[in-house]
Design a protein around this ligand. Structure first.
Ligand SMILES: [Zn+2]
Length: 384
């Protein structure tokens, strides 16, 4: 059962080009004004730059645990993609709504906002928190301040993150940690290699130790995930100026996608320690200015949903989960779960369409989301 308001709100939300690198304040302001129309105060939680903000609002009694409806407001860029129409103008063709963010994940935001009139029209048995974050697509950078604010309240009993899962409940995803390693060697004429320190060759030795770690990570398995083990890869490398110069600089980026429960930080620390205790002294014997540094780029924890009463009750409103109920992509869910809030991923659309040109959500998916939220609203009604 579709809610006509969802589509109108979606068109408005898509029109805000909230690519992660740009400000999302205009969208936040729009949501605040929308909520104010229904008498709901919302809190804007700005970041240090003042250009981005999270939004937190609550409906219903605050003296007890409630449900968080969570989503991110940012979208991935459209540059370099072949769109057939303006990605920031919602367009319907053959039962599909096209636009950047239709799948990931403004349809969920629109459906949540469209539910507000029904939520305020009845006494609620528990509070409903609306939690919209910034900068999810660049490593869940916005949500920590939102969670800090939520932690000061009565801790919610459930969080629903509406990332696109075609409205199937998802209970887990891998965590991610990404780092940049910068190797500073010592330049020399390539005819005199012993006088230089080859930054590329030292970088390769570090990458080789990472590849050994990747093999070790395969030993711990969880069949709920594809692939069923934690993975590691180096994705970018830059180094050297010319073939006749011993390269002074080389940097590379690597990431580990870890099974929930697998703690990879100590393994990364081992490699950092080995680089600095074993490789660096060797390099500095030739030139004291040599260095190896590791800089974190982003990280978020994996998600493994913990069983809980409210969760079970809300799950009963959804279609039965698929046999494999994990997703390959990361979400903010792990951070909510880390705070002790049982967290479920469930939202309209498919990530098969996310981040691509021609991103869309189908009308049946949007209707399925509206139906679920309407059922949730009925379930939330205070029993009389
Ligand atoms: Zn997303």
């Amino acid at each position: 059962m579709s809610n006509p308001a969802t589509r109108e709100l979606l068109a408005d939300l898509i029109a805000f080009a909230t690519v992660s690198r740009d400000s999302n304040l205009a969208l936040i302001d729009y949501v605040q004004r929308y909520l104010a129309r229904y008498g709901i105060d919302s809190e804007m939680i700005a970041d240090a730059s003042g250009e981005k903000a999270n939004l937190l609002a609550v409906i219903g009694p605050q003296d007890r645990p409630g449900i968080v409806l969570s989503g991110h407001t940012d979208v991935v860029p459209v540059s370099g993609q072949q769109w057939h129409s303006d990605p920031f103008v919602l367009r319907e063709t053959n039962g599909k709504l096209f636009g950047r963010g239709t799948a990931d994940m403004k349809s969920w935001l629109a459906a949540v906002l469209a539910l507000v009139p029904q939520l305020i029209a009845q006494p609620l048995r528990m509070p409903v928190w609306i939690a919209f974050s910034h900068d999810e697509e660049v490593g869940c950078k916005g949500v920590p301040t939102l969670l800090a604010r939520l932690a000061q309240k009565t801790l919610p009993a459930l969080c629903l993150v509406g990332e696109p899962t075609e409205m199937r409940p998802v209970f887990g995803h891998k965590g991610k940690i990404a780092l940049r390693c910068e190797v500073t060697g010592h330049a020399a004429h390539s005819a005199y290699t012993p006088q230089g320190v080859n930054a590329i060759e030292y970088a390769v030795r570090i990458i080789q130790s990472l590849m050994t770690l990747a093999e070790r990570l395969k030993q711990e398995r969880n069949p709920a995930f594809d692939p069923p083990f934690s993975t590691l890869q180096t994705g970018v490398i830059h180094g050297g100026e010319a073939l006749n110069i011993v390269p002074e600089r080389c940097w590379f980026d690597f990431e580990i996608r870890s099974l929930p429960g697998v703690s990879v930080q100590p393994l990364v620390d081992e490699i950092i320690h080995w680089s600095q205790q074993h490789l660096l002294p060797e390099m500095r014997q030739i030139a004291v200015g040599c260095d190896i540094t590791f800089t974190p780029l982003s990280h978020y924890p994996g998600l493994q949903t913990q069983a809980a009463t409210t969760l079970e009750q809300v799950l009963a409103l959804l279609p039965p989960p698929a046999a494999v109920n994990t997703v390959a992509f990361g979400t903010e869910g792990g951070l909510f779960q880390q705070l002790g809030i049982p967290t479920l991923i469930c939202g309209p659309g498919s990530m098969a369409q996310g981040h691509k040109a021609g991103e869309f959500v189908s009308l049946p998916q949007l209707a399925a989301c509206d139906t679920f939220l309407a059922d949730l609203c009925c379930w939330l009604r205070e029993p009389t």
